[in-house]
Ligand binder design. Structure first.
Ligand code: ZN
Length: 336
């Protein structure tokens, strides 16, 4: 069986403030909260999933709500940034104006490997980027988004890994996971040193949702994941058969991989790449509409069947999410 990853499935990061997180990702970024559930390994924590209209794989940015996690410490062995795809340069200009109106911290648009890119941060310092990139994505615009369809985020574009030593991570990406080096760009130095060289790796068709960017940072101490940082990235396997084949291949490469874990919305395996970043491979299905109607995704606390018997205790251990209005009515129909 020829195994080809379907690109990025989701990225999971850490928030310490669920209500503020929901407000930013839905009202400001215009993503849909497609699932409000709990961390299956820590049911005292919400697990919030944002994505397109139905939460297609490849569109999901998810958060564990860990108020006591402490701040993220950036460093090596981490995912330094989450890049999201927007349709074109005009959309990037539109987002620049929106962020200026709403007071969202961002940097100027710059070219990276020929693509217009705008870095920004969420209210907890999570590093994000918008990339204007041609190419189709699996995203379906969310009809009720405050962002017009032609400006909406079209899913994940890439993640940027920061590792102490490049070569072991490259071997995992290329020899085990089937990525190939495609282009390079440099980032300004974040201290006194040289500009930082980043290599773009692609899988499958490449382009939006099918890239991993890799930066070697021997100068950095290892980071510590906390609030405002990324916990892991997941890649797509189309079905259970290929998912199990991926588990065998990752194990055969000498990486310690978990058993297949049924997350109910998808099945998962986890392993740490040699640079220290936690990788997951997840099945595309069954998806988020398995236990909720598409019209009402994310409105109530969803629990997989094996946790449903404990709903009362689980709900008693969660703080209600009271989402503030962070976008004034005048901004909800931002001029185009
Ligand atoms: Zn995950």
């Amino acid at each position: 069986m020829e195994l080809i990853l379907g690109g990025l499935h989701h990225v999971t990061a850490v928030t310490g403030h669920a209500a503020q997180n929901v407000a930013f990702y839905t009202q400001v970024l215009g993503l849909r909260l497609v699932k409000k559930t709990v961390n299956q390994d820590d049911v005292s924590a919400y697990h919030l999933f944002y994505g397109d209209e139905v939460g297609h794989p490849g569109t999901e940015v998810t958060f564990f709500d860990w108020p006591n996690a402490g701040p993220n410490r950036p460093g090596a062995g981490t995912i330094a940034a989450i890049a999201l795809s927007v349709p074109d340069r005009e959309a990037l200009d539109w987002w620049t104006r929106r962020f200026d109106d709403l007071g969202v911290a961002h940097w100027p648009i710059e070219e990276r490997a020929g693509r217009a890119t705008m870095p920004f941060v969420d209210p907890e310092g999570q590093r994000l980027e918008f990339v204007a990139a041609d190419g189709t994505t699996s995203a379906t615009p969310w009809a009720r988004s405050p962002v017009p369809p032609d400006r909406q985020i079209r899913g994940l574009h890439a993640v940027r890994l920061s590792v102490r030593r490049r070569d072991p991570t490259v071997r995992t990406l290329v020899e085990t996971l089937g990525f190939r080096p495609a282009a390079e760009y440099s980032l300004p130095s974040d201290g006194a040193g040289e500009p930082r060289l980043v290599t773009i790796f692609q899988v499958g068709a490449g382009g939006p949702g099918a890239e991993v960017h890799l930066e070697e940072r021997p100068d950095l101490p290892f980071g510590q994941v906390g609030i405002g940082g990324v916990h892991h990235v997941a890649f797509r396997a189309p079905n259970k058969e290929e998912h199990r084949a991926w588990r065998r291949r990752v194990g055969a490469a000498g990486l310690r991989v978990t058993e297949v874990i049924d997350r109910y919305y998808f099945e998962s395996i986890y392993f740490r790449e040699p640079g220290g970043v936690l990788f997951e491979i997840a099945t595309d299905g069954p998806g988020f509409a398995t236990d909720e109607d598409v019209d009402h995704l994310g409105e109530r606390l969803a629990l997989p069947p094996f946790l449903e018997p404990y709903r009362a205790q689980i709900e008693a251990g969660l703080r209600p999410i009271e989402v503030p209005d962070v976008v004034s009515p005048g901004h909800k129909s931002s001029p185009r």
